[in-house]
Design a protein around this ligand. Structure first.
Ligand code: HEM
Length: 522
C-alpha cells in the first residue's frame, strides 16, 4: 500500500462545501452531555452522504474486478488486411493502441459472494476508440443457456437462491433447465471444470453472440469474437480444488488479478475472430445466429486481429469498477449487430438498467465517458455536471437542425450496410434448433477427467431433484450422447441406493441406541 507524504501539501480536512473542519470527533451539543442540535451541518452532511454510499448492485454479474490496459491491433485478420472485412478504425493499423477498461465477474450471486462458485465468468471490455466507445460484453464460455431474450428473467430467477428460504437450490435451476433443452450444451460446459476458471487471468473470453463486421463498401460478414489467454494458458478447477480455495479465500480471483498487475506480470489475451458470410448458411445443421452453438474452429478458423494487455489497477474500486457500465449496443462505425435475438434483447437491457443503477448521466462519469469528443443536445437530468457540447457550439442552441451555430450531422464515412427483409411478423423459434448434437460433441471432446468431473457434479446437483426433473435431464443428456445419459442415470441410481443404505444404517443405529437406553422406537 502506498502512503502519501504528509506535510508537503495542504492536508486540511474540509467538508464538501470546502469549509475547513476543525473538529471531526464531536458533534455540537447543549453541554457536553447533549442533546444535540439540528444545525450540525458537518455531521448531517457526513452521515447523510454515508447513508447513500451504496448504489444498487448489478442485477446480474454483481461480483467483479477490473483493470485498465490497451488493445494493440495487428492490422490483419489472419493473412488478409482487416480492411477487407471491417472499416472499424481501431483494427486497421498494425501496432495501433486503443486504451481499454476490463471488468471480470461472476454472474448469479451478490457483490461479496465467493469467486470460486460454479458460474459463467463475465469478460467485459470497453475500448475507448477515436470514434467513441466500443463495448464487447462477453463471458468466458463460448455458448449461452438460452437463445430468446424473453426467457432471461425466468432463467436468472431459477438460478438465484429460493425466494422463500434464500438458499441456493439446484432443483429450481434444473427445473428450468430440464424444460429448456437448448441449455444442454451450456450445462455440459458449466458442470465440467470449465464452469470454475482458476482465476480471471487464465480464462478465455467470448462475445458469444454473433455480430457483423462492415467494410468500406457496406458489405457485411457475420463475426464471433474470442479472447485467448496466450501468455498464461487456460486453467480450470475441479469442485474439490475450488472448495479448498474457498475455505481460505473468497476473493482469490480479484486478489490474483490485482497482485499480478502490481508485480508487473501483466495479463494478456489475443483477440481472434471467426468470420462467416452474411447469410442463413443452410448447409450447417444449426443457425449461425444461435448463441447456444459453437462455430467449429477447424471449419471456421480463429483469425488473430490484435492483443490486449492489462497494466494498471483501478485507483478506486467504486468509481471505476462498480460504476463501470458496459452494453452490447455500444458499437463503432464498421461494427454492427446481427439479427441474433438474444443480442437484440441484451442491447435494450444494459443501458436501461444502467440509467437506474448508476443514473441518467452515467455516461458523464470518467470511467464510462468516451475519450473521443462528445457533443450532443441531451441536457440536464440528475447529477449532470457538464454540458455535452462542442467547444464552438452556440450555448443557446441545444437542438438540431439549426442555422444559429448548433451541432450538425456527421459526414458518412462509408456506405451503409442495408440488409433487406421480407418475412411475416411471428412468435416462433428459429429453425434448426438442434439442441443436443453440439452438447454431445463437447462431451466427447472432454478428457476422461473432465467427463468424470462433469458426471460427478451433475449427479451431486441432480440427486436432490424430483424424479421428473432427473428423467428430463437424463433424456436430454442421452440425446446428446448415449454414454452421457447412461452415466448420469447410473450415478443417480447409485446416489439413491447409497442414501437408502445410509438412512437404513442410521435408522438401525438409532433403534440400537434407543434399545440400549431403554427407549421405544416403534
Ligand atoms: C451484465 C442483461 C445475456 C454478459 C448484465 C446486466 C444486465 C444483463 C441487466 C447488468 C448490467 C449493469 O448493471 O451494468 C442480460 C440479458 C441477457 C444477457 C437481458 C440475455 C437476454 C448475456 C450474455 C452474456 C452476458 C449472453 C455473455 C456474452 C454480461 C456481462 C455483464 C452482464 C459480462 C457484466 C458487465 C459488467 O462487468 O459490468 N447483463 N444479459 N450477458 N452481462 Fe448480460
Amino acid at each position: 500500500m502506498e502512503h502519501l507524504e504528509t506535510g508537503s501539501e495542504d492536508m486540511t480536512l474540509t467538508n464538501r462545501q470546502g469549509h475547513p473542519i476543525s473538529d471531526n470527533q464531536n458533534i455540537r451539543t447543549v453541554g457536553n452531555r447533549g442533546p444535540s442540535t439540528l444545525e450540525n451541518y458537518h455531521f448531517i452532511e457526513k452521515i447523510s452522504h454515508f447513508d447513500r454510499e451504496k448504489i444498487p448492485e448489478r442485477v446480474v454479474h454483481a461480483r467483479g474486478a477490473g483493470a485498465h490496459g490497451y488493445f494493440e491491433a495487428y492490422g490483419k485478420a489472419g493473412n488478409e488486411p482487416v480492411s477487407k472485412y471491417t472499416r472499424a478504425k481501431l483494427f486497421q493499423e498494425a501496432g495501433k493502441r486503443t486504451p481499454v477498461f476490463v471488468r471480470f465477474s461472476t454472474v448469479i450471486h451478490g457483490g461479496h459472494s465467493p469467486e470460486t462458485l460454479r458460474d459463467p465468468r463475465g469478460f467485459a471490455v470497453k475500448f475507448y476508440t477515436e470514434d467513441g466507445n466500443w463495448d464487447l460484453v462477453g463471458n468466458n464460455l463460448k455458448v449461452f443457456f438460452i437463445r430468446d431474450p424473453l426467457k432471461f428473467p425466468d432463467m436468472v430467477h431459477a438460478f438465484r437462491p429460493d425466494p422463500v428460504t434464500n438458499l441456493p437450490n439446484p432443483e429450481r435451476m434444473f427445473d428450468f433447465v430440464s424444460n429448456s433443452p437448448e441449455a444442454t450444451h451450456m450445462i455440459t460446459f458449466l458442470f465440467s471444470p470449465w464452469g470454475i476458471p482458476a482465476n480471471y487471468r487464465q480464462m478465455q473470453g467470448s462475445g458469444v453472440n454473433t455480430y457483423k463486421w462492415v467494410n468500406e463498401a457496406g458489405e457485411a460478414m457475420l463475426v464471433k469474437y474470442h479472447w485467448e489467454p496466450v501468455k498464461t494458458g487456460i486453467k480450470n478447477l475441479t469442485q474439490r480444488e475450488a472448495e479448498e480455495i474457498q475455505a481460505k479465500n473468497t476473493s482469490h480471483a480479484t486478489q490474483d488479478l490485482y497482485e499480478a498487475i502490481e508485480l508487473g506480470d501483466f495479463p494478456e489475451w489475443e483477440l481472434c475472430v471467426q468470420l462467416l458470410s452474411d447469410d442463413e448458411h443452410p448447409e450447417l445443421d444449426f443457425d449461425p445466429l444461435d448463441p447456444t452453438k459453437l462455430w467449429d474452429h477447424e471449419r471456421f478458423p480463429f483469425l488473430p486481429v490484435g492483443k490486449m494487455v492489462l497494466n494498471k489497477n483501478p485507483e478506486n474500486y467504486f468509481a471505476e469498477v462498480e460504476q463501470a457500465a458496459f452494453g452490447t449496443g455500444v458499437l463503432v462505425d464498421g461494427l454492427d449487430f446481427s439479427d441474433d435475438k438474444l443480442l437484440q434483447g441484451r442491447t435494450f437491457s444494459y443501458s436501461d438498467t444502467q440509467r437506474h443503477r448508476v443514473g441518467t448521466n452515467y455516461l458523464q462519469l470518467p470511467i464510462n465517458a468516451p475519450k473521443a469528443k462528445v457533443a450532443t443536445n441531451q441536457r440536464d437530468g440528475q447529477m449532470a455536471f457538464i454540458v455535452d457540447k462542442a467547444p464552438g457550439q452556440n450555448p443557446h442552441v441545444n437542438y438540431e437542425p439549426s442555422s444559429l451555430g448548433g451541432l450538425h450531422e456527421a459526414q458518412k464515412t462509408g456506405k451503409d450496410h442495408e440488409p433487406a427483409y421480407t418475412a411475416k411478423l411471428v412468435r416462433e423459434k428459429i429453425g434448426r434448433p438442434n439442441d443436443f448434437a453440439q452438447a454431445g460433441d463437447t462431451f466427447r471432446k472432454f478428457s476422461d477427467e473432465e467427463r468424470e468431473e462433469l458426471i460427478g457434479n451433475l449427479v451431486d446437483a441432480l440427486k436432490i431433484c424430483e424424479p421428473v426433473i432427473q428423467d428430463n435431464m437424463i433424456a436430454h443428456f442421452t440425446q446428446a450422447d448415449p454414454e452421457y445419459g447412461r452415466r448420469v442415470s447410473e450415478g443417480l441410481a447409485k446416489a439413491k441406493s447409497d442414501s437408502a443404505h445410509i438412512s437404513s444404517d442410521s435408522a438401525r443405529q438409532g433403534a440400537e441406541m434407543a434399545e440400549r437406553s431403554g427407549q421405544r422406537t416403534d
